[in-house]
Design a protein around this ligand. Structure first.
Ligand code: SAM
Length: 263
């Protein structure tokens, strides 16, 4: 969570703000846990998607609780909290539920960072006992064009000895291929290999041109769903939907779903 967002949360929830600042390590952990495990928006989003996609995501919702692998992912986030720029926690559960429902063979996601979204897809594939996730991330260490602003505030720092995707537990990694480099180069290469993709998730470079490029590149190869985080950043998602004439749904201000015509 960005520092400014933490302050805004603190102002909106003064009790949590005080607990976070004054409660020591346990106080911080309990506040962070209440963000990670905030289920209050899940139901509305699930219902929206059930109506839109004519599916039943709810049948898998109980699997989110009493789940040792998910608890490990959540505990790692809570114990090592350092400017996590992840997909929203509620949206991350939606990634799991969609994976359970669609039983995809191939998922591709761009933008891994610590690895929450990838871990949630992989958790779904693990439970399905089938499918593979191809992930692409361009870590700052491989980028030549980092601005001063990014150098000062936005460089992801991983726990000591860890790197991109460290949140993904060992038990989920046999269904995962992680490639490091620019999606502009790697996405066409992955598509050349896999030919078709069932679910695609964009969460990498949120510039208008890059988002539109990813949507247009994946679309001819896509069987079921295009998912995108940070659609509020610019008009790329809306413009893409308008141009392809396809059905779409925004489940939150930042997360959009497009369904293919063949789905
Ligand atoms: C918002 S974070 C991804 C968060 C992740 N989806 C999650 O839920 O934990 C964005 C990531 O996109 C990566 N990225 C930025 N530009 C990229 C590009 N051109 N190709 C691939 N990855 C890129 C960054 O390195 C960063 O790790």
């Amino acid at each position: 969570m960005k520092f400014t967002r933490k302050i805004l949360h603190g102002l909106k929830n003064p009790y949590k703000g005080i607990k976070y600042l004054a409660g020591g390590r346990e106080g911080k952990k309990s506040v962070l846990s209440s963000y990670v495990r905030n289920y209050s928006e899940d139901e509305e989003r699930i219902e929206k998607l059930n109506d839109f996609l004519k599916i039943d995501l709810k049948q898998y919702y109980n699997e989110i609780f009493d789940n040792d692998i998910l608890s490990e992912i959540e505990e790692n986030m809570i114990n090592y909290w350092n400017d996590f720029r992840t997909v929203g926690f509620s949206e991350s559960r939606i990634l799991y539920l969609l994976t359970r429902c669609y039983k995809p063979n191939i998922i591709i996601d761009t933008g891994v960072n610590h690895g929450l979204s990838s871990a949630m897809f992989l958790l779904g594939l693990h439970k399905n006992k089938k499918g593979h996730l191809y992930s692409i991330d361009l870590p700052q260490s491989l980028r030549k064009d980092i601005s001063e602003k990014e150098k000062q505030g936005q460089i992801a720092t991983y726990p000591k000895g860890k790197s991109v995707g460290w949140l993904v537990p060992e038990i989920l990694r046999d269904r995962w291929t992680l490639q490091l480099g620019d999606a502009k180069i790697l996405l066409p290469q992955v598509l050349k290999d896999v030919k078709e993709c069932d679910i695609f998730f964009h969460d990498s470079d949120h510039s208008y041109s890059h988002m539109l490029w990813e949507y247009n590149t994946i679309w001819p190869h896509l069987n079921s769903l295009l998912l995108s985080d940070d659609i509020q950043q610019n008009g790329a998602f809306d413009d893409f939907v308008k141009k392809c004439g396809c059905q779409s749904q925004k489940i939150s201000y930042r997360f959009g779903v497009v369904v293919t015509l063949t789905n």
